[in-house]
Design a protein around this ligand. Structure first.
Ligand code: GLU
Length: 352
C-alpha cells in the first residue's frame, strides 16, 4: 500500500511530542525530618531517617523523598527548646524551597500531640506538615511504622492537604494537630480526635478529607518564633479530690509564668487550688482552666461576664475552651510571648 505523502512530515512533527509525553511526570518532593520515637527505635540501635525511608516499599512511586536527622530521641525527651528549633527549621525549609510539596516529621507517640500542636501554631506556611509515629518498633511482628510513613508521605504530597494546618497520620487516619490525642497506651488505633473525629483517611486509591478545623493555625497564626530562643515556663497541675494548692504556688515560686489547671468537669478544682490560683494571679501569673475530662468546653459561668463584675475587677483566670490541658499549655506558652493581659489571652483561647 502506498503511504500518503503527508505521513512522513507529520511523523517528524509528532515524534518530539511523543518523546516528551513519555517523560515521567516529576514526583512531588517531600522532606522527612526525623526526631526519633518508637518508629525508629530498633533494639540495639535506632534507625536513621535514611534507614526509615528505605523500609517503605514503593515510596518512589509516590514522592521524591529527602531525609534529614533532627534528633533520635523518645518524645518524652524532646524539650521546648527543641520545639523552637524544629519550628524554625520547618519554616526555613519551606521559605527556601518553594518547590518542596510538604514535610513529614517523625515523633515518638507518647507526647506527639504536644510538638504537633506547637508546629500547628508556629509554622507559617500553607504547605502540609505531617507528624507521624508508630505504636510498634521496627523488627516486631506488625510493625506499623512503614505503612504510617508511606501514608504520611502521601498526605504531605497531596494537594488536598494544603491549608489544613499540621496533620497527624497514624493507622491510615488523618487528624488535626489541634484535636488529636493519644488515647490508648498500646493499640494501633491509639490516636483519635475526641468528639470531633478524624479529618480524613488514607485510602489505597487516594487521600480523602471529610473536614477541616475552623480555628486559627499555621498561615493564619499570629505566633512568630523566628526570633525567640526560649519560651516562658508553664506547668500543668491536675485537679482531684483533696488536691493541695501549694503545688500551684510552688510552680509560680519556681518561675512559672503560667499555670494550667487540668480541672475536673467544666472547670472545678479543690478549694485549696482555688485559693492558690487567686494568690498566684495576684502575683501576675497567668492561670488557664482546662478540663481533664477529654471533651466539652470550659467557659465563663453565666453571670460572671465583665458587665456584672464590680470594679476594679480582680485578676481573672482564662477559660481554656475545649483545649486539652497539654494543648492549653502550648498555647499559653506562646500567648505569654506576646502579652500578660487576661483578656488578650482569653481572645487567643477563643480563636486558636
Ligand atoms: N513511645 C515512645 C515515645 O513517645 C518511644 C520510645 C522510644 O523512642 O524508644 O517517644
Amino acid at each position: 500500500m502506498r503511504t500518503p505523502r503527508i505521513a512522513l512530515p507529520l511523523c517528524l512533527v509528532l515524534l518530539p511530542l511523543a518523546v516528551e509525553a513519555a517523560q515521567p511526570v516529576e514526583l512531588p518532593a517531600v522532606r522527612l525530618i526525623a526526631t526519633g520515637g518508637t518508629i525508629s527505635s530498633r533494639p540495639g540501635g535506632r534507625l536513621t531517617a535514611a534507614e526509615l525511608v528505605a523500609l517503605v516499599p514503593a515510596l518512589d512511586r509516590h514522592v521524591r523523598a529527602e531525609t534529614e536527622q533532627f534528633s533520635n530521641l523518645p518524645s518524652s525527651e524532646l524539650t521546648v527548646t527543641a520545639w523552637l528549633a524544629l519550628a524554625r527549621r520547618v519554616n526555613r525549609l519551606l521559605d527556601e524551597r518553594p518547590a518542596l510539596s510538604g514535610i513529614v516529621v517523625t515523633s515518638g507517640t507518647d507526647t506527639l500531640e504536644e510538638v504537633a500542636y506547637f508546629l500547628h501554631l508556629t509554622v507559617r506556611h500553607t504547605r502540609p506538615v505531617v507528624v507521624v509515629g508508630a505504636m510498634r518498633p521496627p523488627g516486631t511482628l506488625g510493625y506499623d511504622g512503614a505503612a504510617n510513613l508511606l501514608h504520611a508521605f502521601r498526605v504531605a504530597a497531596a494537594p488536598a492537604s494544603v491549608g489544613r494546618g499540621v496533620l497527624v497520620v497514624l493507622n491510615a487516619e488523618i487528624h488535626s494537630a489541634r484535636d488529636v490525642t493519644k488515647a490508648n497506651a498500646q493499640g494501633l488505633d491509639a490516636f483519635g480526635s475526641r468528639e470531633y473525629g478524624r479529618l480524613g483517611v488514607v485510602g489505597h486509591d487516594r487521600v480523602l478529607y471529610y473536614g477541616r478545623t475552623d480555628r486559627r493555625h499555621t498561615w493564619r497564626s499570629e505566633f512568630d518564633v523566628s526570633a525567640i530562643d526560649r519560651l516562658p515556663r508553664v506547668d500543668v497541675l491536675l485537679a482531684y479530690q483533696g488536691a493541695p494548692g501549694d503545688l500551684i504556688v510552688a510552680a509560680a515560686a519556681r518561675g512559672a509564668a503560667g499555670v494550667v489547671v487540668a480541672a475536673s468537669g467544666a472547670g472545678s478544682m479543690s478549694p485549696s487550688q482555688l485559693d492558690a490560683t487567686r494568690l498566684v494571679l495576684r502575683r501576675g501569673v497567668a492561670v488557664v482552666v482546662a478540663s481533664r475530662t477529654g471533651g466539652g468546653r470550659v467557659v465563663p459561668r453565666p453571670g460572671t461576664g465583665p458587665r456584672k463584675r464590680r470594679l476594679p475587677a480582680p485578676p481573672r483566670r482564662v477559660m481554656g475552651e475545649d483545649l486539652s490541658p497539654v494543648k492549653a499549655r502550648v498555647l499559653l506558652m506562646l500567648a505569654l510571648t506576646h502579652t500578660r493581659e487576661q483578656a488578650e489571652i482569653q481572645r487567643m483561647f477563643q480563636e486558636y
